[in-house]
Structures are given as C-alpha cells and as structure tokens.
Design a protein around this ligand. Sequence first.
Ligand SMILES: [Zn+2]
Ligand SMILES: [Zn+2]
Length: 901
Amino acid sequence: MATLPSRKQLPPAYEPASVEARIYQRWERGGYFKPRLVPGAEPYCIIMPPPNVTGELHLGHGLEDALTDALVRWHRMQGDATLWVPGEDHAGIATQNVIERELAKEGLTRHDIGREAFLERTWEWVRRYRARIVEQHKRLGASADWDYDVFTLDPRIVRAVRTTFVNLYRDGLIYRGLRMINWCPRCETALSDLEVEYEQEPAKLYYVRYPIVGEGGMPLPDAIVVATTRPETMVADTGVAVNPSDPRYEERIGRWVLLPLVGREIPVVADEAVDPEFGTGALKVTPGHDPNDWEIGQRHSLEVIVAIDLKGRMNDEAGPYAGLSVDEAREAIVRDLADEGFLERVEDIVHSVGRCSRCRTTVEPLPSEQWFVAVNKEYEPGVSLASAAAEAVRSGRIRIVPQRFVKVYLNWLENIRDWCISRQLWWGHQIPVWYCDCGETIVQVDDPDRCPKCGSAELRQDPDVLDTWFSSALAPHADLGWPDDTEELRIFYPTSDMQMGYDIMFFWCARMVMFGLYNMRHRGPDGAIPFRTVLFHGLIRDAKGEKMTKSKGNVVDPLVAAAKYGADAFRFGLLANTTLGQDQKYSDERLEAARNFANKLWNSARFVLMRLGEHRIRRPHPADRETYALEDRWILSRLEGLMEDVDSLFRAYQVGEVGRRIEEFLWNEFCDWYIEMAKVRLAAGDQRPLDVLGHVLDYSLRLLHPIMPFVTEELWQHLRDHLPNDVPEMLIVAWYPKSGANWRDPAAEEAMEHVIAVNRAIRNVRAEKRLPAGERPAVFLRAGDFRAALEETLAATATLSRCVPELLPAGAALPEGEFAFDRVADTEIAVALPAVDRSEERRRLERELAEAEEYVQRLRAQLANEQFVAKAPARVVEGVRRNLEEAEERAAGLRERLAAL
Ligand SMILES: [Zn+2]
Ligand SMILES: [Zn+2]
C-alpha cells in the first residue's frame, strides 16, 4: 500500500467563516465558473434575474442563488459546458426614487441640479452598490461567471435596446398615442398597469341629481341620479351613460342633462359597458379621468376634458375649484352640491383604489401622450408579440414549472393591452427618438448629428426613458451579445433554464418571450425561444406568514443569516423548505437544523478520515459482492437508490426534495447505522469497511455539493488524497455520481431493515422499562426468515442496543426469569428484565389481550354474517379469514405469555 503524505488534520468543529472565503477564492481563481467548451459537452446556460441596483440582496435573492447555483453545479458536474450569466438591473423608477430621497435630505430636487448632474450622482451610487451586490452573491457561493456580469445600462445593452426600439418602430409596433394612463402625481411619471396595486378601501358613494333639460334649455324637476365615488371629477363630465336594456332609463336615452355647479349640458348615451346593478344604473362619464369612461367616450365621441394636472391639482377647467388638491376639491364640491340641493344621499362602501407600487400615492388616471408597444398587432401574417408568446408555451416549446402557471400566463396574454413603455424619468434608457424644428422625427440606433431633411444640428432627443422592463425583456439574447452574432449566442441560445418569483411572471417572463421570439425569429420557432424551461418560485414570508417589508421591520438579511449559520446551512435551510410556486415561511429553526446537518456531516466525515489514516480507497466492485458484509451491501444498495432519486428529482426541478433526500440518507442511514456498525467491525480489527466508508462518503459529498458547496468541498479536499488517482483537483468539477443500478440489492435492504427494526424494538423496550444506560440485558431472538441476517449483525446489535443478544431456534424455550416481549415480522424478541416489574407487564399484556380478543370477536361476527359471506368478493372474505387466524394466534401468544408471568 502506498503511503500518503501526512496532511492537515480536520478541525474538530466546522467553522464556515474560516472555510467559505478561502474555498470560493480557489474556485474563482481556478476558472471553474467558466464554461468548459470541450467537444461533446452539452451547453447549459441560465441568466440571473438581475437584482435592482438600488440596494442589497434580500432573502428572495438568496433563495434564487441557492436554487440556480444548485442547478448550475449539477450541470457542471455532469460535464456540461455551463454558463451562469450574472447581472444587475438599473431599475429606473426605484433607483431614481432612492437618489431623489438622498437629494431631498439636502433640500434639493432633481430639477435643482439638472439632468446631467443627476445622472452623474446616480452612476456614482450604482458603482458602489453594484460591487457590493456582486460581493454578496459570492458570499452565498454563487458560481456565476463574473467576467460576464451584465448591467442593463452597459453600452452593449444600450445598443440592443435601441436596435429593438428601432425595429419595432419600423415594423409599426411602436407608436405614440394619447392614451389613458396610470399617472403617479408624486413620482410624476406614467405607470404600467402592473405597477399599480389595487387595494380594497372604505370610501363614500355620492348620489347626485343631474336635472333633465327640457325644451329651451330649462331644467325640469325630473332628474337622473348618478352614483360616483369621485364627485370632484364631475367638472370634467361630458356625458351620462345607461345600459340600453335598462327599462328605467329607456325614455331618457338621447336627452340632455344639466351638469350641476358647472351648468354645462351633456348627453345621455346608451352603452353596454354600464352595469345596471351598480348605484342607480346611471353613470357619469368623465373620459379625461377614468379608463372605462375613456372607452365609453371614444365610442360616443364625447369630449375629453382634463381638470386635474400632473401634480394632482385641479386646473382651470375646474373653474372655482382650480388650484385645490383632489381631496380639497372633493370636499368643496360635495359641500356645494349639498347646499344647492343636488346631493341625494351618501353611502359608505368599500371599493378598489389603485396605488403607485413605489410610493403608495393614489394613482390618477389621465390621458397623456406616451409611447406604446402594440402587442396585439401582427408583424408577420397571423403573428403578434402576444400571440407568439402564448403559442410558444401552448405548443410546449417553452415549459413552465409548476404547470398550473401555464393557465395564468396564457390568460394574461389573451387579455393583454398595449404596453406603455415611456416613463417621465431621467434614469434609464432615453428613448432613441429625436425631433427637429422642421418637423422631422428621427428614430435610429446611433445619435444623429444632423437632421436628414433640413440639415439642422439642433435636434432634441425625446426626454422620456423606457420602462425598465423593456431592457430586462431583452435577456437572454442581449446578454449573450445580440445584435452581434457572437459565439456565446450561437452556443448558448436558446438558454436552458430560467427562474423567477411568480410575482414577476408578466413583468418579465412574458415580455422576455415576446422580445426573444421577435428579435431572434430568423432562428425559426425552436431556435428563437429565450429559454426552454421557466421555474416560478414562491415568496419568502416571515414566520407568521406576513410579507417581509422594511416598514414592518421583519426583513431578514441573507448575509447576516449566512454569517450566523454558514452559507451552506442558509442555502439548505431555504431550499429544503421550497416547493416551486408556493410561498414559504422563513424560520431560524430551519436554518439551525440545517447547520446541525452540516455539523453532523462534518463529524462523521472526520471520523471516516481519521480511520482512513494512510489508507487509499479501493472502490467496491459489484463483482465482489459476495465478499461484502450485509451492511456493506445494504448501504451500497441504498446509495444506488439515492443516486436514482436525486437524478429524477433534479430533472423534475425538485431541488428542495433533493436536499431532503440526501440528508435522510446521510443522517438516518449512513451516520446512524452504517458508520456505527462499521465502528464495531473496525474495533474488532476488520479493515474491510474502510473502502465502503470512503466510497460512500465520496459519493455523498458529490451528491450534496450542488446544495451545500462549501462544506462538501472542504471535506472532499481532505478525502481527495485517499481516493483513486483519477480525481480532479476540486469537487466543483468532479463528475456527478450516476446510478448504474449495479449495487441494487433488495434482499440486503430487506434484511438490514429487519435488523434495524429489531434494534429499534430492543431500544424501545430499554426506554419503556427505563433500563439504566449501563445495564446490558440479555436479549433472546427467536428468528425465522431473518436468522442469518441477525446472526451476521449480532455483534453490532450488542453494541448499538447495549445488550447481550442470543439467537434461539424457533420454538425454543426461554430461560427462567422476567421478560419484556416484542415482535418484528417473524422474529420474537424477549428482553430480560430486572425482576421488579411483573405487575406492570401483566397489565400491559392484559390490555393487549383484551384488544386482541375484541378484534377476534368482530371478525368472527363478520364471517357469521351469511349475507356478507355470500355477497362480498371471494378475496375479501378470504382476507377476513386470514386476519382472523392471525388475530387468534396473537391472542393465544398473549395468553401464553400471561400464564408464564
Ligand atoms: Zn409614485
Ligand atoms: Zn430638420
């Protein structure tokens, strides 16, 4: 046997802090995060959902890192050319808000310092935070290719964004139009439908009389009563609408009413969109301030009046109410309506209010000039952005996991409206459109020097920027180099997997599919999809199930948790608690349990390493199966089963279950039973378990590596010297164990399960009878089928269950004395007891006998029932007969034992 160089001993306890940074540095310096482009290697690529550059990573990012890194490492260890592309998002409105808040502390607004200075300040912030975010990912063990790090405002992404904009514009898929948009008066920008959060809030419903106008413009005593939650917008009313089928208003359609306080005459129109059940069934129509009214107004050519300005104040159209805030105007108008007798009554209701998802300000619907993407317009016969995105999923070319989200995704695309992509912000991709005083509009990728029509150099770029999701939607093809035809794009596009929280399915996933299919359509349907599978994970809530927010103070910092428990325990704790698509509750206990698991693994590996000493492992070969002990064959068979399970679980993206399954094997089978039994053999001078110990530890570390990369790498580095010569430098690139089913041995598994069950039974008796730890009772085993297995493991049973076991032939008599009895399958167990507890044992046996006899009576009654015997299927009747026989046997055994007491 070759002697090994003396090596550093493993410290007695696992200290993540002393291991993680060192190991990560070795991986990174070794270039292991780069794809190994060797012939025959399958490409595997995944794009990191870029965190907002505004701050720090939160638990959700921690979960995403754990999930993605597990998949990435699993693929890398299978020899795939693996590329994980990291990135950060410029996060338009979110970042701008942060910088504006910083400015506000100095008493400044963005307008005080101007666009250029504002952007400079933002870039400074970004540089600082971006570096920090990268550092945070590294602390969690993310094996991404950092040389590839993409920021969504990088020059090459700018080019991809502009190219897309220009192409969409030339295809007629981008247009500028007056649309009812969601306006945040606080942020002073348009919001997409997705950036508005609706909440049920108490409100008042005002019933207002609109007098009918008679001949000659005189108001009649007759009136239509409308119900509204927004009386302040009545100054901009340009109609009243009723449902054409509503008999109450049949006579009124086509007549005119007089708008109270304002005195303007407005028509009564009939529109199907009016709900006769709401309020009085008559609706005041304010096309300038309500998206539904906008639609009604369009259908009936009603005038659009805008009475609220971009800061949320009433303008000159509001007459005497001009200059008031919306709330003040509401108060004043309600008071005036009441004074003049137009207010019929007020009701308390609960209705839904839209709020800005960034600042919680009530959103004001306003008509405004904005840029839109026409998602339903065809760019090829029968193909629009939305229809293509739906078809890619419907046809199965893109797989959604869990599958139930397919319906949600398709439903959204079927009802999608044009996407408002302009934002009145400074931070972001400024829209590549320039205007000349001569009236020319220039839309192109590069900044123009002169107007192509009049030659003027005085061009104004559109001041708006694009919705942040416009650039995000270009991942993955822009990240991989598009519009250039790069090697990465050729190798890694379509990417393999994508993962995100289900909460951004519409913001991001659907739009990535739209833009990917559009920009890459020259590749054909199969080649244009951005990714083959998308996983939606849930959100992490606090222990009570509440959403984590800074304002509630229940946010958990992933780095603090990882520092406390170790990055591995953090990853394992989150993953093992994850079921895709479902929210999870965060708990310290889970991370503690994961840390205990890491420690258990450390201690067991430490034992194995110490016992290995100078031994070099010879891998167990199935051809030598017969030379191995029962427990060897058992653990090797269990390991095969584990490899099979892990493989199919990974393929089904059940990464959390992978972790749970490996833990179960390592803890309950390898550590608790195999190692303990091996100790007994080693102590007796039998060296054969060493190869099995080393081999199973090696494979277990490989299997667990994707989920707990640090502790496994550290242990493997120590184990490596004992392994056969064909292993690589580091575990991160060692091949992942795959089952060849060679060691599968159902008979050994059944026999060992029996041995374990017998040992458990002996331990139960020890616990029930409260035998002192030092007491080693005689245990008699009357065995049937498992006699050989019990015999082979008798020495282990003696140590593991602290007893003096003896095998008896079936039917053999027990020696004189007190016993506690149990039975596992056909093995009878008799544990000799100190002679004190006869009465308790008698009570227990009497209780069991009573139960057994009652059961016998019940079964006999059933068989005595002629109807049952005649009508029930033969096998059912036969089953009852068999049960009865067994029950009678059991009762007889109990009676015998009672008699022996
Ligand atoms: Zn806002
Ligand atoms: Zn011009």
